[in-house]
Ligand binder design. Structure first.
Ligand code: NAD
Ligand code: TDX
Length: 332
């Protein structure tokens, strides 16, 4: 693969993947990104002349067809990604996550280009706290929010295009990512920046909800393996055995920053809030030999806190508006 097209490559995970691909190969990377509020050009700094940014919409069929025709593979990250936003304004989630994926699929079909589709564990709905089961590749789809329903729909489109048209695609469903360049609307960076500002973390409901945290670098290495060696038509779940409830995460952030571990606020819960996600990544590990590099959540979290401390100029301009948005919903 000499030329890789990365949709959504100026976002949190996409940009991390771009840097991973540059380090793991001598491929040239084109990023197709609409540069929504969630994107940042700076996240692509250091890529040099092997990275080209095309500012455009993944739902722009002629543009996507032109770009796909010029590449050997597409890795499709572009999406509206925040559950809370999907509850207040679902329209963009349908347009980008469903129509955008349709456009990518049609272009890959027409030009017979390899596709890897990035999805989420949220398509499976949620688990009880004491359920011994974890999600696997055969778990039934049961999405809860407009975001996860649109992602589930996009996965179905990919499978249909594989089966009906022979598109050479793989899918991965990953658990919750954390690390550098994550937008401060999301849980971990929101709480880190609250504490750095001397404010209190804001925890939805009782804080008992469990997420299965994985460092973004491990998501990227797994996607790279699947792109190189994954079997066409297959789905791979990506996770790193990182289950933690939200209160545990907030207490770790508070403690790491020298504050009392109970110095947080419980705020209005998210509508339809999924209780627990948990990934069984056995297939990825046994079939492709993938293993995460970050096994120590405390270490990954400490590095992430340091990163947000060092990159205040990146997040500061957006902090007040993000918090005002949460305040309007009783979540600040
Ligand atoms: P993000 O919101 O940080 O980045 C999304 C990127 O897509 C942004 O750069 C944005 O500008 C771009 N984009 C949005 N609409 C677009 C459009 N119409 N055309 C072109 N570009 C557009 O999201 P993220 O957290 O990096 O997530 C990336 C992908 O990974 C998504 O598909 C998401 O569903 C999936 N995923 C995320 C997580 C997580 O924990 N964040 C976990 C599993 C899967
Ligand atoms: O301020 C907050 N307080 C809080 O308690 C925020 C923003 C979130 N939460 C809770 C909700 C969740 O239980 O923290 C947990 C994580 O919330 P998010 O960061 O919004 O992530 P989540 O809804 O779990 O979805 C994430 O993981 C799966 C990504 O945003 C998705 O793109 C991905 O598919």
């Amino acid at each position: 693969m000499r030329r890789i097209l990365v949709t959504g490559g100026a976002g949190f995970i996409g940009s991390n993947f771009v840097h991973h691909a540059l380090g793991a190969s001598d491929a040239a990377v084109t990023v197709l990104d609409k540069l929504t509020y969630a994107a940042s050009r700076e996240s692509l700094d250091g890529g040099g002349d092997r990275v080209e940014l095309v500012v455009g919409d993944v739902a722009d069929q002629p543009l996507v067809e032109k770009l796909v025709a010029e590449h050997d593979a597409v890795v499709h990250f572009a999406a509206e990604s925040h559950n809370d936003n999907s509850l207040s304004e679902p329209g963009p989630f349908i347009q980008t996550n469903l129509v955008g994926t349709f456009c990518v699929l049609e272009a890959c079909r027409k030009h017979d280009v390899r596709l890897h589709h990035i999805s989420t564990d949220e398509v499976y709905g949620d688990l009880e706290l004491d359920d011994p089961a974890r999600f696997t590749e055969t778990t039934a789809y049961n999405p809860s929010s407009p975001y996860s329903a649109a992602k589930a729909g996009s996965d179905h489109l990919v499978r249909a295009w594989v089966r009906s048209f022979g598109v050479r695609a793989t899918i991965s469903n990953c658990s919750n990512n954390y690390g550098p360049w994550q937008h401060i609307e999301k849980f971990i960076p929101r709480q880190i920046t609250n504490v750095l500002d001397g404010d209190r973390p804001k925890v939805y409901g009782s804080g008992a909800n469990v997420r299965d945290w994985i460092h973004v670098a491990d998501h990227s290495s797994a996607v790279w393996e699947i792109l190189q060696r994954g079997r066409i038509g297959e789905t791979y779940l990506i996770g790193a055995d990182g289950e933690r409830d939200n209160l545990d995460v907030v207490r770790q952030i508070l403690t790491a920053l020298g504050r009392a571990s109970d110095d947080y606020d419980l705020v209005t819960d998210r509508a339809g809030h999924d209780l627990r996600y948990a990934i069984d990544a056995t297939k990825l590990q046994t079939e492709l030999g993938w293993q995460p590099a970050y096994r120590d959540f405390a270490r990954g979290l400490a590095q992430t806190i340091d990163w947000y401390r060092a990159h205040e100029s990146w997040w500061r301009p957006h902090k007040a508006a993000v918090e005002a948005g949460y305040a309007a919903k009783g979540q600040a």
